[in-house]
Write a protein that binds this ligand. Structure first.
Ligand SMILES: Nc1ncnc2c1ncn2[C@@H]1O[C@H](COP(=O)(O)OP(=O)(O)OP(=O)(O)O)[C@@H](O)[C@H]1O
Length: 595
């Protein structure tokens, strides 16, 4: 979709009022253009002696209403000018009203769709764009487009119409004065055009630099604890300074290009105005044109040069808007995840089979290399392995955050790719590695997976996750605000809250992705036993680096560099050579020494 099609699509339903806004602008420019004609008639025919050419104007000025005297005629001229100003204002109001309604609607729809695309895009999207950049595209880029639509685009019609009308009137009044008045217009236009070409690239670079700056800022605010804990303030400040410097230089270049353009454009405009006044006065003295014509041309030259100069501004804003639209369009054209496609509305039992599964985030670099295992409904299965061995990747495949490249994955005998993503995610509850909480109160955070949960259910799941006592110690209890703006929870409290949030909904398959690492082993065991007691048929998948966490599992799958190296129960694995036995020995020694 090109830029025009994009704007046109989002203006649906508001195109007519936007057209009215352009129409009102054109009408108001007609009234603007008439005023100097009234002044010319006043000077030449009311103060001077030339007869009024137009019949109806003659009739208007000789109306008996104000007596046919000079002061009566002057009063009529003044009233006409006042009426023209009122009408200009009225139509400018209509233009502002309609253009704002259309542009605000456009901006809102763009933001809505950008947000929905961000939420619905597949997982690759988040590794492609940085969060600061995404925020900038949804805010300042949309704002640039909105401003262009509400101001500049409406002005294009007015500018072209005004220039055309003024040129027509000038050439009808005096050919030679019109020629003198327009001699520099082509030069002015060419300068404007070349400026527009140059400035577009500069705007793009400045926009990208601003996005980089926002990203650094956003990262530092989110990770302020890490920054402070490692005393990285100076390093981060320097990093910010470099980006800030780059943005300042690019912005400064832009301002400089603008300054050069406006000064050159001012010079041409002043020369042009001066020529009209000097040569026009000479013609007036020689009585080749009337004084009224000179006065009218003095007004018209300002009015003509203004739209041409305005065109420069419109062109430069057009450049900026094109860049913003391209950045917005990039996000909007990202492929959306179709979470509904496939078998829907089924309750899974949790029989999971992986047969020679291969997967790589980049196809040429496999992360999982021929993984095979089988999990039966109701079993607790643990994945154990060194960091980066592919444990979380297996979970991502199960949730269809990514689709596997080769082999076969089935749940309850159905190939994974045939089950809709929505159904899968409604059946698989995950407690992720990072325990992110929203800026809401504890109760609302727990209810996120089950909006209609009762207060009793919230308390019950908090008790199961062994976090109820901690919550009751907070002053506001379940009403305590957590997340970015709320109270600071310990790592273990956050983890247990995310567990409560997941178990409140009874998923047939439950996954703990290293999500009890900040909880002591005793509490961990207690939590898992409580969960197990609640649903015996639930399939549970555990990922942990602790032998004590996985040793009671029905099956332990040991992974190394994307391959299954051992598989079996704890008793079986400690009798086999390999990573599991090695880690068990080390952790046993440490345990014995600390006891
Ligand atoms: N989104 C991604 N894009 C590209 N590579 C990725 C992505 N996520 C993980 N990886 C890579 O895939 C490999 C396996 O990562 P994974 O997170 O599955 O390991 P893990 O066994 O869960 O590690 P840990 O125990 O440290 O959590 C790593 O080399 C990692 O760098």
């Amino acid at each position: 979709m090109n830029n025009f099609q994009l704007v046109n699509k989002y203006m649906k339903g508001k195109r007519l009022i936007y057209f009215f806004a352009i129409f009102a602008t054109i009408i108001s420019s007609i009234f603007t253009v008439i005023s100097p004609l009234v002044i010319k008639i006043t000077v030449d025919s009311i103060i001077g002696n030339s007869p009024i050419q137009s019949k109806w104007l003659n009739y208007l000025f000789t109306m008996s209403l104000f007596q046919n005297t000079v002061s009566g005629k002057l009063l009529i001229a003044a009233l006409i000018i006042i009426a023209l100003s009122i009408l200009t204002g009225l139509f400018m109001y209509i233009r502002g009203r309609f253009a704002s309604e259309a542009s605000e609607t456009l901006a809102k729809r763009l933001k809505d769709d950008l947000y929905s695309t961000i939420l619905k895009s597949d997982y690759h999207f988040y590794s492609k764009y940085q969060s600061g950049d995404i925020i900038q595209r949804c805010t300042s880029d949309v704002e640039t487009v909105r401003k262009f639509v509400v101001n500049q685009f409406v002005e294009i019609g007015r500018t072209i119409f005004l220039a055309g009308m003024i040129a027509y009137i000038m050439f009808s009044i005096s050919l030679k004065m019109a020629f003198i008045s327009t001699i520099f217009i082509p030069v002015s236009f060419l300068i404007t055009y070349s400026f527009f070409k140059k400035v577009e690239k500069q705007f793009r670079l400045a926009d990208e630099a601003e996005a980089e700056l926002s990203t650094v800022l956003q990262e530092n605010i989110t990770g302020i604890r890490v920054v402070k804990a490692f005393a990285r303030e100076d390093y981060e400040k320097e990093k910010f300074n470099i980006k800030n410097h780059k943005y300042r230089d690019l912005d400064f270049n832009l301002v400089l290009t603008f300054a050069k353009f406006w000064s050159l454009s001012d010079f041409i405009s002043l020369t042009q105005t001066l020529m009209v006044i000097v040569i026009g006065s000479y013609f007036a003295i020689k009585q080749e044109i009337t004084i009224g014509t000179l006065v009218a041309f003095s007004s018209y030259i300002g009015m003509l040069l203004w739209p041409i100069r305005q065109l420069g501004r419109i062109f430069s804003d057009l450049g900026k808007t094109k860049v913003s639209l391209k950045r917005i369009n990039e996000i909007l054209s990202e492929e959306k995840e179709d979470i509904e496609k496939g078998i829907k509305d089924i309750k899974l039992e949790g029989n999971i089979v992986f047969k020679d599964v291969w997967f790589g985030y980049k196809k040429e670099k496999p992360i999982l290399k021929g993984i095979s295992f089988e999990i039966k409904n109701g079993q607790t299965v643990a994945f154990f392995g060194s960091t980066g061995s592919g444990k979380s990747t297996i979970i991502s495949l199960l949730l269809r955050l990514y689709d596997y490249n080769l082999g076969l994955i089935t749940i309850d005998g159905i190939e994974l790719k045939n089950i809709s993503k929505k159904t899968l995610r409604e059946n698989i509850g995950v407690v992720p590695q990072e325990s992110f909480l929203f800026s809401k109160n504890i109760q609302e955070n727990i209810k996120i997976t089950k909006i209609k949960a009762t207060n009793e259910e919230v308390v019950e799941s908090a008790k199961t996750a062994a976090v109820h006592d901690d919550i009751m110690n907070f002053e506001q209890k379940y009403e305590t605000i957590v997340g970015e703006k709320g109270v600071t929870l310990s790592g273990g409290q956050r983890q247990r809250l995310t567990i409560a949030r997941t178990i409140i909904k009874e998923y047939p398959i439950l996954i703990f992705d290293d999500s009890l690492s900040a909880v002591d082993t005793e509490t961990e065991e207690k939590i898992r036993n409580e969960i197990k007691k609640k649903s015996k048929n639930r399939t549970t998948i555990l990922i942990s680096h602790r032998i004590s966490s996985v040793k009671d599992a029905d099956l332990i799958v040991v992974l190394d560099k994307g391959m299954v190296t051992n598989i079996g129960t704890h008793e079986e694995l400690i009798r086999q050579k390999g990573l599991y036995k090695k880690v068990w020995e080390i952790q046993s020694i440490v345990k014995n020494e600390t006891e």
